[in-house]
Each structure stands twice: as C-alpha cells, then as structure tokens.
Design a binder for this molecule. Structure first.
Ligand code: GTP
Ligand code: MG
Length: 278
C-alpha cells in the first residue's frame, strides 16, 4: 500500500488530470480525504461508478454537490459502458484548457497528449473503466479487491495516456461507519470483518430508511411484525425463509449473513445508497 502510494506520487509530476473513481453507493466513504495531495494544480473529474447499484435520486444529489464546488462529476455503469463517453469528453475539454494555458506564451503547435491518473479504492471499477475507455481489454479486472498490483500506463486513441493504479484504502478507513460501508459494498476483503456483524449493520441501515425498508421487506417477504424485531432476529427470520439451516432446524447464521451480504453488494435487494448529503 505504501509502495503503491509512493509510485503514484512519483507519477504525479507527469499528470494533467486526476480522475477519482468513487462508488456511487458511498461517495463519501470511498473518497480520499487527501485528494488534494493528488489533485493539486491538476484538472479533476469525479466519477460515480456502479451507479446501476445506487439510488438514482441520491446519485443526482451527489452530482449537484460536486458541480456546485466547480468539480466535473459523471455517473457511470462501467459494465454496460453507460456514460463512459462523457469521461472521455471531459478529459478532452479539461486537457485542452490546461494545454492552452501552458502554451500561451509559446508559438508551438504540438499535438498534445493528456496524461490522466485514475485513482480510487480497491474494487471500485478503475480497470473496467479504463478498458471501456480504451474499447479493448488492456488491463485486468476482477470481482475482488486488489486485482491491479502495479501502476500501468495505457495509451488510448492518439491523445490520452491513462495510468491504472492499484486500489488504495484511505486512512479514514479506521472510522467505523466508513469501514461498515466499505464492507457492505464489497470494497474490502471479507476476511477482515465479522460477516454477521456487518450483515446486522446492513439490516439496521435498511430498516432506518423508509424507502429501503420496503425493499428489504419485499425482497425477503417479511411482515411488518418481523421488521419490528432487532436486526439479529431479522437475519434469523431471513435464514429460515431461505432455508440456510443446520441440524435441528437452527439457522446457520454465518451462511445466512454471507448470502445477505452477497445479495446486498450485488444490488439484489435494490438500488441502495449508504452515504447521504446532509
Ligand atoms: N454493477 C457494476 N459492477 C461494476 C461496475 N464497474 C465495475 N464493476 C465490477 O466491479 C468489479 C471490480 O472491477 P475492477 O475494474 O477490477 O476494479 P478496480 O477498481 O480496478 O479494482 P482493483 O484493481 O482491485 O483496485 C468487477 O467485477 C467489475 O465487473 C459498474 O459500473 N457496475
Ligand atoms: Mg484494477
């Protein structure tokens, strides 16, 4: 991790534009509190990826939030290529401005190459986005954190160089709430947290939001009475309904929590956002 960060810092001198890829379900928890370390004096684009899994109303609020700060923000579904073209447009727009500014005093007419750093937490979809921008598989993708191991430059068309980087977890990961959000969206490895506890937090979060409570209720065919119980009991009811049982008819809570978390992170419960603009 320290090495990856250092490698990025080394490459920064060459960079014109920083593209920060966020998980649209958790724009706050997946953002870098020190992004200005990377983006100072550079062009900046925020990409809210996996927008197909997030609550559209909330995603649009996040876009306005960034735009109000004067930061370009695009929502994407990198799996289906939705809005990927918008990222390319923004890179060209911002890149052109930066080059015009740099070359104001010179009379040269070189064809510029825009150098673009792609950063974000593990598993957020950085490499998928790059493959879609390049329109071919130039870098490895995988449904688990830590697939990209080192920095890799990729030439796209004749005027963009993209730098794919390994996912970095930001220091604020120590904040419990953020840890929970990262676990629920599958952005940290499962081995590092207690799955039953995280599943209970997930149920709690859904229960406390009127819209998401309905999604939970419909998905697992729960009654209003069930939803009045504590999250452990609700998880147990879900396990019973789904038949994740061990001997004597008891619920296998670990298996049930795993199933719930899998469905949660893959959007099977519905389009859910966990970070809200206050
Ligand atoms: N639903 C959905 N899944 C996506 C989207 N973008 C990427 N994925 C999936 O997310 C997983 C991770 O994608 P990668 O592109 O490998 O992520 P990464 O950020 O490069 O990950 P590291 O290299 O581990 O840091 C893959 O299974 C992708 O198919 C998206 O917009 N929506
Ligand atoms: Mg990658």
């Amino acid at each position: 991790m320290a090495r990856a960060k250092n490698d990025i810092k080394q490459s920064l001198k060459l960079i014109d534009i920083v593209v920060e890829v966020l998980d649209a379900r958790i724009p706050k928890s997946s953002s870098n509190p020190n992004i200005l370390e990377f983006a100072e004096n550079k062009g900046r684009i925020v990409v809210l990826n996996k927008a197909d899994l997030a609550d559209d109303t909330e995603t649009n609020k996040w876009i306005s939030y960034y735009n109000l700060k004067g930061i370009e923000c695009v929502k994407t579904n990198a799996n289906t290529t939705e809005n990927i073209n918008k990222i390319i447009e923004k890179i060209n727009e911002i890149g052109k401005k930066i080059y015009e500014e740099k070359n104001k005093t010179k009379k040269i007419d070189l064809k510029p190459i825009y150098r673009v750093l792609i950063v974000g937490i593990p598993n957020v979809g950085k490499s998928t986005i790059i493959n879609k921008i390049a329109k071919r598989n130039v870098t490895n993708v995988g449904n688990k954190p830590g697939v990209t191991k080192q920095n890799k430059w990729i030439r796209v068309g004749n005027n963009i160089d993209l730098l794919d980087t390994p996912g970095l977890l930001w220091p604020k990961f120590e904040d419990e709430e953020i840890g929970i959000n990262l676990a629920l969206t599958g952005n940290i490895k499962q081995e590092v947290f207690d799955i039953e506890e995280i599943a209970m937090h997930g149920i709690e979060k859904l229960k406390s939001n009127t819209k998401y409570k309905e999604l939970l209720k419909n998905k697992y065919k729960l009654e209003d009475d069930d939803l009045r119980q504590d999250s452990y009991s609700i998880l147990e009811i879900i396990g019973r309904k789904r038949g994740t049982l061990i001997s004597h008819g008891d619920v296998d809570m670990a298996r049930c929590a795993n199933m719930f978390l899998d469905e949660f992170k893959n959007g099977k419960i519905g389009k859910i956002t966990l970070d809200f603009i206050k």
